[in-house]
Design a protein around this ligand. Sequence first.
Ligand code: DAH
Length: 355
Amino acid sequence: MSSEAPSSATPSSAAQLAELEGQFRDQATAVSDRAGWEELRLRWVGRKQGLLRSLMGRMKEVPPPERRDYGQGVNRLKKLVEGELEALDQKLRDREQGQERAAAAVDVTLPGRRPALGSLHPVTLIRREIEGIFRELGYTVAEGPEAEDDYHNFEALNFPPDHPARDTQDTFFLENGLLLRTHTSPVQIRTMLARKPPIRVICPGRVYRNDNDLRHSPMFHQVEGLAVAEGITVGDLKGTLQAFIQRLFSADTGVRLRPSFFPFTEPSAEVDITCPFCQGTGEDCKVCSNTGWMEILGSGMVDPRVLEGCGIDPDRYSGFAFGLGIDRVAMIRYGIPNIRMLFDNDLRLLRQVRG
Ligand code: DAH
């Protein structure tokens, strides 16, 4: 807009006031936005430097006979300026509202936003897969409490009173005398106490140990398996584990039983599989330290003392049991190097492992 200042000489005639009116109209026409309007308002009717105020102040300089006309003229001009400013203000406001509405408008032709899809956790995926395999083999799923008592977690499983697992270094004891189960084996005991053979169950669930490093998390997951019937042998154990492992990994996965010890099985075996990363060759393989084998679970024939303690006649019945870490399998399957990554719930990892 024009910044030309209105004439500063005392406007003593109607003609001069008319000229000012003309100037105002020109400047008003040039206003195109809110800032311009504000500038115009300050210049003409601003309280401090507004032109109309200073015109009033100059009344004294006007010769007395002309003062009345002068006063009336200035007043008329002031009313006109105020009216025009108001009209202009309204026009700008209408335009601003229109712009706001346009900015807020929804473009119905845009494609919709896809809702974020959740997915199952890698541990859940593997647990369900394991359950599916054993269901096909005639097993059912059994569950037990995570807050266990010493009897089910240790005593009935034939742990001697001085066994290191019973130490507070290894086990989380609760204030109410219970403990957080250190394995899923107590569900074997609960199942045998509640049912008569033949028994075929798997027991998946959370377990807890006072351990925390790259390969150990204080909470992790196991699946326990238990089969008790007449005439069950080590051959059944090996055949079942082989069928399971070859379904879980691949049909050409090798399985070997290595003698071991668990208080609740006799004999006991640790089960190794051929390393899924080097296909058992052991060549240049960090995962299996070049051995070609990887330990995957613990197993054995249920100790006769354990059967007896659960009211099952060990002269008539025998059984096998095994315990497997679900997290380990998830790490192998999805190439996750650190167990704690499974529990950080970083969405980037969870998205990669969608089932
Ligand atoms: N309970 C053992 C553990 O947590 C794993 C295990 C070993 C379970 C041998 C079994 C078994 O049922 O027969 O380390």
